[in-house]
Write a protein that binds this ligand. Structure first.
Ligand code: AMP
Ligand code: MG
Length: 434
């Protein structure tokens, strides 16, 4: 859930409003996007390269872990019921092999952590509770119970048990479990192949001089970074002027070579807003406007065989582009990768400051902190203009501000989508970062 219905939505048309141009709630737009996001193929990768990928099949343990009862301490393997403090040391069992030795009452075997428990033994006494000598050991522990300091067969993973469901993102612990069960290579979802295109006559490369009226292309770079951060493979990125024929050829080519095409600019009401016009020709458009701020003129279309290619025509304003990425493209990529549990947590927070009224659902960038008494308080990151990319700096949340005629007061409760964990309480004497 990223929004709430509001009576004014869809009622702002000044010209004849087509269904495509209906201002739709962000939740509806997101559902439309996800309904068109089809799962990517499955490929095998070496385990050393599987980190950050999404597991494509359930990982079921085909063996018990550990496969043998193993010592969890360095010490002596003994018979627990044997009450005598003095035991003859009849051998040693280190990790990595099985010694030919059997423990009986009156005897003990030296053992190290991880080593298999020798025949006859049913407990390990830690070395700290003993007094070892050359050929014998004195056990100072009065009561030794069967199972002491032993990891039983299957204590960590049971044979036949589900270890990781398909759709799990492979982080360090998951990779370790996959390796521990001997799976190499690993079946993972293919990465989405994405093309990123910035459009606009005003754009120049970051390293080039800007003439009057020009700006540097920043969206291409922020979007490529965002896409890579979500595990996508950016197969192409570039910029193009507002020139219809060239754009048509380029888009046709990118649609044929991609799973997802992301463009920025050219979707508003200007006469050079060509992406919107071209999408009608090259793709099936599903919506063109979302009841949100920033990011209203978001165009979403599908193209290619079976409509498998998702096309996101993002507005050119840098904040609009990244907010749209977060709300629509990120969940689409996660769905294509078959990921589980990718939704951002949505939690109630208290506003740290008065907030102006809004006529659309507004996604404000904010820093959420836990107060010493456990409340979540959200301070916005300063000016929220859709051109002010710096409003993302220090933000760990998007506030979901419902449309309302009156301003919001500091202390009012709104929802926040957490992009990262809340910050800890401010230490005494330290001013909150604004
Ligand atoms: P547009 O959606 O094409 O009307 O652009 C809206 C605003 O975003 C204009 O001020 C553009 O100059 C700016 N803009 C468009 N594309 C980019 C880009 N790639 N990087 C930075 N700003 C952009
Ligand atoms: Mg433009």
């Amino acid at each position: 859930m990223i929004d709430q219905p509001h009576p004014s939505q869809g009622s702002t048309a000044t010209v004849v409003e087509t269904e495509l141009d209906r201002l739709r709630p962000p939740d509806e737009a997101r559902a439309t996007v996800l309904a068109h996001a089809q799962p990517l193929g499955i490929e095998s990768v070496p385990i050393a390269e599987a980190a950050g990928r999404v597991l494509a099949e359930d990982l079921v343990a085909d063996e018990d872990v550990p496969p043998f009862p193993a010592a969890t301490m360095d010490g002596f393997a003994v018979v627990a019921a044997d009450g005598s403090p003095w035991r003859e040391v009849i051998g040693a069992q280190m990790a990595g092999y099985v010694a030919d030795v059997e423990v009986t009452p009156g005897t003990a075997v030296r053992i190290t952590t991880g080593a298999p428990l020798p025949r006859g033994a049913d407990a390990v006494v830690r070395v700290e509770a003993t007094e070892p000598a050359e050929d014998h050991v004195i056990v100072h522990q009065e009561i030794v119970s069967p199972g002491d300091n032993i990891r039983q067969v299957g204590a960590d993973l049971r044979r036949g048990g589900l270890v990781l469901p398909a759709g799990t993102m492979l982080g360090p612990a998951e990779i370790g479990l996959v390796a521990g069960l001997g799976r190499n290579p690993v079946p993972v979802r293919a990465r989405a192949r994405v093309s990123v295109l910035s459009t606009g006559d005003e754009l120049v490369e970051p390293g080039e001089p800007v003439s009057p009226g020009q700006i540097r292309d920043s969206n291409r770079f922020s979007l490529v970074a965002a896409l890579r951060g979500e595990g996508a493979e950016v197969v192409w990125s570039g910029k193009a002027p507002d020139e219809k024929e060239a754009l048509r050829a380029l888009l046709t080519e990118r649609i044929a070579a991609s799973d997802v095409v992301v463009t920025s600019g050219g979707v508003s009401m200007g006469e050079l807003d060509l992406i919107k016009a071209l999408l009608g020709e090259l793709a099936t458009v599903h919506f063109r406007r979302v009841f949100m701020k920033p990011g209203k003129p978001l165009n979403f279309a599908t193209a290619g065989e079976d409509g498998r290619v998702l096309f996101f025509g993002l507005p050119g304003n840098p904040v609009s582009a990244l907010v749209s990425f977060e709300l629509f493209i990120r969940p689409a990529l996660a769905t294509m990768a078959g990921r589980r549990d990718f939704d951002r947590p949505r939690v109630p927070v208290l506003l740290a400051q008065d907030t102006p009224p809004t006529d659309r659902i507004e996604f404000q960038r904010a820093t959420v902190r836990v107060t010493p008494d456990g409340q979540l308080v959200a301070a916005t990151t300063g000016g929220q203009a859709s051109s002010r990319l710096a409003s993302f700096l220090g933000a760990n949340a998007l506030l979901v501000i419902p449309p309302r005629a009156d301003a919001y007061q500091a202390g009012e409760r709104v929802d926040a989508l957490l992009l990262a964990p809340p910050l800890g309480p401010v230490e005494t004497g330290q001013a909150p970062r604004s």
